[in-house]
Ligand binder design. Structure first.
Ligand code: F6R
Length: 250
């Protein structure tokens, strides 16, 4: 793992965006695995800026998103499809048909999940998978449990995830209780992974993922088995890594 500790959220976002832009420049027809939430928002702003300056094109890029809330339409302002459109897709030259986000309204979740995995396999898996992390160590919405789930699946969100995401909804009761999430198989099948985190409340999840036991009780810890992971954190999210003596880049 290469670990970058940046001074704040903006520096973390810039570093993330540089890694994503480098992937697109190196391989213009790459497959990006994308995440939503507060963590990648700043990186997406940098990518949009660089696109507007004429430095970066998404014309041949394909994307697959990690997850979507069950029950939210793509037009719902808290759906992850809506997030992707408003934070990235509507502002760059990506071909709409080349973007995939799980369908939160699917009538047949089992068939949908199998098709999503088949599509990812048909692409030869993701080239660069972007990941945020939950306070409980979840990646995608692979919540802590007794085993890692390999396939795309419907997941019951952990109470701590519902608490954390309540900030985006009018009330906690409005937060969907389930999501469709890419499984650990597709995430670990990615050729490269970029894990990012900011804020003190992510410090334990980052420490557990990078230095802790490999266990489904901290899903991010499986990344220790991946051969090509870059970790980009701000100083507070990375504070426990320094104390644990982890060697960092730069
Ligand atoms: C989002 C996702 C989640 C988030 C995680 C952190 O697509 O898969 O794993 O990355 O919940 O969320 P933020 O970035 O909002 O702290």
């Amino acid at each position: 793992m290469r670990i970058f500790i940046e001074k704040d959220y903006d520096a973390m976002s810039r570093r993330m965006a540089q890694i994503i832009a480098a992937e697109i420049t190196h391989n213009p027809a790459c497959v990006l695995g994308l995440a939503t939430g507060s963590t990648p928002e700043g990186a997406y702003k940098y990518l949009v800026d660089w696109h507007k300056q004429g430095c970066l094109s998404f014309q041949d890029v394909l994307s697959v998103n990690l997850d979507e809330y069950v029950g939210l339409a793509p037009t719902h302002d808290q759906s992850y499809r809506y997030f992707m459109q408003s934070n990235l897709f509507d502002h760059v030259d990506i071909v709409p048909e080349n973007t995939r986000v799980p369908d939160g309204l699917t009538k047949d979740p089992a068939a949908f999940c199998a098709e999503y995995d088949a599509y990812i396999r048909s692409l030869g898996y993701v080239d660069l998978q972007l990941l945020g992390i939950g306070r409980n160590g979840h990646i995608g919405f692979n919540e802590p449990g007794d085993c890692f789930v390999k396939e795309t699946h419907v997941v019951d969100l952990a109470e701590s995830t519902i608490d954390a995401n309540a900030r985006f909804f009018a009330t906690r009761d409005d937060v969907p209780k389930q999501a469709i999430s890419m499984g650990i198989g597709a995430i670990m099948g990615a050729k490269k992974v970029l894990l990012a985190a900011s804020g003190a409340e992510k410090a334990d999840a980052i420490l557990g993922s990078i230095c802790g036991a490999i266990t489904p009780h901290c899903p991010g810890s499986i990344l220790q088995l991946h051969p090509n992971v870059a970790v980009v954190v701000d100083e507070v999210a990375g504070s426990k890594l320094k104390a644990a003596g982890v060697s960092v880049c730069g």
